[in-house]
Design a protein around this ligand. Structure first.
Ligand code: AMP
Length: 305
């Protein structure tokens, strides 16, 4: 049945904006709630985040609220996915603001566990990590995807969602999680959501807050380079090397405004969207991935052809 044709109790309540959002801090609470919802034959949608929420995260929450009876969002800065200690220490934490934003979006439950709740003493962190996790982000951020798989596996077990929502912004992460969830046989659909960008084209990211004014201006070159790649492809260029080198030149020409430094490229690659393997000829089934440093901030972005 289509939403809107016969509004459920929950939708009616939401229309009157009188639904309450509940905050869960304990694993046992999360387990109990998901069990109860499932016993009522309702669908759970789940959005895992690390907080510091922006419009990109909220687009996932919107979709989740639309497509499920109950929307669960988690906020957990997962220490085991950080390969860089200072990155973890400096990660923005804005819980009060995040909760207000989630309430506006009509999220039903926000799971905000402590590190000890997620990883109690003696917790076995061993987890299946698909091969594609060795590429790109996996190469530059050792252990990152192992940590991502460990936490998402744990969260999927606790929240028991029918659908879980991930952003294309972290496209490799989406593929890694999809494969991990398949391997364990989780009865969940991993849903990919489009990248939300700022007005100038910069993909929204919690890390953008670390850019100074000059770096932020410079970082616009990322989305420009992706647009250029798509334009060249639409004009008939199918050779990945040519497109990659043109993108590289465009990015490196970008002198950080007022400063003397240039962006530093970790990778630019054109890959098959399923296998994540570099291709010899570009087709509609490809994605272009970029990771570039602007000062001390590393940004990633991508686009489909
Ligand atoms: P994070 O809090 O960075 O772990 O991100 C939580 C989820 O939000 C991930 O699935 C991200 O891919 C997604 N996300 C982050 N930034 C964006 C964006 N600009 N547009 C869409 N989704 C995003």
């Amino acid at each position: 049945m289509k939403r809107g044709s016969f509004p459920s109790e929950k939708i009616r309540l939401k229309n009157f904006k009188c639904i309450l959002m509940e905050i869960l801090r304990k694993v046992s609470e999360m387990r109990k709630i998901s069990k109860k919802i499932l016993s009522e034959k309702k669908s759970i949608g789940f959005v895992p985040t690390m907080g510091a929420l922006h419009a990109g995260h909220l687009s996932l929450v919107k979709k989740c609220v639309e497509e499920n009876d109950v929307c669960v969002v988690s906020i957990f800065v997962n220490p085991v996915q950080f390969n860089d200690k200072s990155d973890l220490k400096n990660y923005p934490r804005t819980l009060k603001k995040d909760l207000a934003l989630l309430k506006k979006e009509n999220a039903d439950f926000v799971f905000v566990p402590s590190v000890e709740e997620i990883y109690p003493a003696g917790f076995d962190l061993d987890v299946f990590v698909p091969k594609i996790a060795k590429l790109f982000e996996g190469k530059f951020r050792k252990g990152h995807f192992r940590g991502v798989c460990a936490v998402v596996k744990r969260l999927l077990e606790l929240a028991a969602p029918k659908r879980a929502y991930f952003g294309q912004k972290d496209f490799q992460q989406y593929l890694v999680i999809k494969k991990m969830a398949e391997k364990y046989g989780f009865p969940v659909k991993i849903v990919l959501c489009p990248i939300v960008r700022e007005k100038g084209g910069l993909a929204m990211s919690s890390r953008n807050a670390r850019l100074n004014e000059a770096e932020r201006k410079s970082a616009l070159v990322l989305s420009k380079s992706l647009k250029l790649a798509k334009k060249l492809f639409s004009q008939g260029e199918k050779n990945p090397e040519k497109i990659i080198s043109t993108m590289g030149k465009l990015i490196l020409c970008e002198k950080i405004f007022l400063g003397k430094s240039f962006p530093r490229i970790d990778y630019i690659e054109i890959v098959d969207r399923e296998k994540l393997s570099p291709v010899k000829k570009i087709s509609k089934n490809c994605a272009v991935l970029v990771a570039v440093w602007f000062g001390k901030t590393r940004l990633i972005d991508n686009s489909f052809f």
